[in-house]
Design a protein around this ligand. Structure first.
Ligand code: SF4
Ligand code: SF4
Length: 483
């Protein structure tokens, strides 16, 4: 079989000219079933991005990541720094999830869900095509000298890019501080919140720079996930791949041969290079799986269109594993590959790990206590002697209300009397989703004390229900030392 390797692709990056300068990529627009489905997914995700800050559950945004006030909310659950272990576990689950998905389904995340791909391919390139025209017109515009047409089109494009970036920066800020606080800020002058305003401008500038200038360099050079492909993919990973068995030897065809390709001693690839022209990272998928390939499926759609035109079966480029391309048992009579999900023992093992992790996450989330209480001795204090032989110790309570409702909690000593300092009716009153600190005094009569350092228990009740029980040390004068 003729080799499919091109002499230059290992020596030169698609994003660089021979002299090392940036090779600007003008990908052609595609249409086809994958593009259609990707557009649907992108529309849903973009809708979610812009609408979610306005949606509230239990008076909390659907997603809130307020790192400044250390308050987080997700689907009505409120999280605090005390839930850090949950966050860490969620991060581990997400990383394992992405790694396992990559091993089995290749870079499906990059092509379908990654914000970089969605913003670039579905938003910024669409705006660019509206203003500057298709790939050829864009190239022509860039090459032509500066004239009024070029100035108007370029200015308009970058103005719209910047405006969209500004909108996205505000949306991200809404995820950080909540939509209500954002509205308040929007009604004020930037001088009233200079830090937030400068941060917004910096983020807008970065976002604009990424999508107006850096583009595919982010995927190829900056993104660490892309770099992991080499160790995550193997022969059983489902990736966007060229079926070289069916496609080679490639070669041009003449119109008269187009309906009878089977009679020509060539493969199905007619070397039209349309798959290269639509590629947003400028690579030729026919050279095999490459780090630059973000599995965007544009080359599948482009090649399917070509195959339909020349009367050959579609799927010369498709979602295949290297094993499926090599192994004849995966082929149909017409030499095309049967689409099969690669379910191997390893796949099952990986998914089992994932299900266990998700199970642990869900259990921890569901069994999470609504109120978390920490009892700490007041720093620098030992005990106080009160009248009638009563000894008192001071403590600090840190109470986290993880629910979106206010709560009132009664605190009782199992073997002592408890006073909540500074409250009217000795109750702990908590606002929704807040962390509150209280000072309490535990009092014991000397008759009850049998040691200079003894354990004492506190009960926390909501209504009549005990929601938490804590034990702490009670310090008394040394003469109470037990024998
Ligand atoms: S689009 Fe299909 S036929 Fe054309 S060069 Fe690419 S693989 Fe070959
Ligand atoms: S090779 Fe195909 S799937 Fe990969 S980035 Fe290029 S067009 Fe997208």
């Amino acid at each position: 079989m003729e080799t499919v390797q091109q002499p230059t692709f290992r020596e030169q990056l698609g994003i660089l000219e021979k002299d090392g300068k940036r090779h600007w990529i003008y990908p052609k627009k595609v249409s086809g079933k994958y593009y259609k489905w990707r557009s649907v997914v992108a529309a849903i995700l973009l809708l979610f991005l812009f609408v979610a800050p306005f949606v509230k559950i239990n008076n909390y945004p659907l997603v809130l990541l307020n790192i400044f006030e250390r308050r987080f909310a997700l689907l009505g659950f409120v999280f605090h720094p005390q839930d850090l272990f949950l966050f860490a576990l969620a991060m581990i689950t997400a990383v394992v999830c992405i790694a396992l998905f990559t091993v089995v389904l290749g870079r499906i995340f990059c092509g379908w869900i990654c914000p970089q791909t969605i913003f670039l391919e579905m938003v910024f390139r669409t705006i660019e095509r509206w203003i500057e025209g298709d790939a050829n017109q864009q190239k022509k515009l860039d090459e032509q000298p500066w004239n009024s047409e070029k100035v108007i089109k370029k200015s308009l494009k970058h103005l719209v890019f910047f405006a969209f970036s500004f909108l996205v920066a505000h949306t991200f800020l809404a995820y950080l501080i909540g939509i209500d606080q954002l509205w308040t800020m929007l009604r004020q002058t930037p001088l009233q919140h200079p830090v937030a305003f400068v941060s917004l401008l910096i983020f807008t500038g970065l976002f604009y720079a990424v999508f107006a200038h850096l583009r595919e360099l982010v995927c190829i050079v900056v993104c660490p996930y892309g770099r992991l492909q080499g160790v995550l993919l193997d022969k059983n990973s489902l990736v966007v791949a060229y079926d070289y068995v069916r496609g080679e030897p490639r070669g041009k065809i003449f119109k008269s041969q187009s309906q009878h390709r089977e009679n020509v001693s060539k493969g199905d690839c007619i070397d039209c290079k349309l798959c290269v022209q639509v590629c947003p990272t400028g690579i030729d998928i026919r050279n095999g799986t490459q780090l630059e390939c973000i599995n965007c499926t544009a080359c599948i759609d482009a090649c399917d269109e070509v195959m339909q035109k020349i009367g050959r079966p579609t799927g010369l480029i498709g979602y295949y594993t290297a094993h499926q391309i090599e192994d004849k048992t995966f082929r149909r009579e017409d030499n095309t590959i049967k689409p099969v999900l690669p379910i191997t023992t390893r796949t099952i093992a990986y998914f089992s790990v994932l299900i266990i992790l998700i199970g642990i996450m869900t259990t921890l989330l569901v069994t999470r206590k609504d109120v978390e209480i920490t009892v700490l001795r007041m720093p620098g204090t030992l005990y106080q002697k009160l009248d009638n032989g009563v000894i008192a110790n001071l403590y600090q309570l840190e109470v986290v209300n993880k629910t979106p409702y206010p709560k009132t909690i009664q605190v009782k000593g199992v073997d002592s009397q408890v006073i909540v300092v500074g409250t009217e009716n000795n109750l702990l009153k908590l606002s929704e989703g807040e962390v509150e600190k209280f000072t309490i005094m535990i009092q014991m009569h000397s008759n009850q004390i049998n040691s200079y350092k003894m354990k004492t228990s506190l009960q926390f009740l909501e209504g009549k229900q005990v929601i938490s029980e804590k034990t702490t040390n009670f310090i008394a004068p040394y003469r109470y030392k037990s024998l």
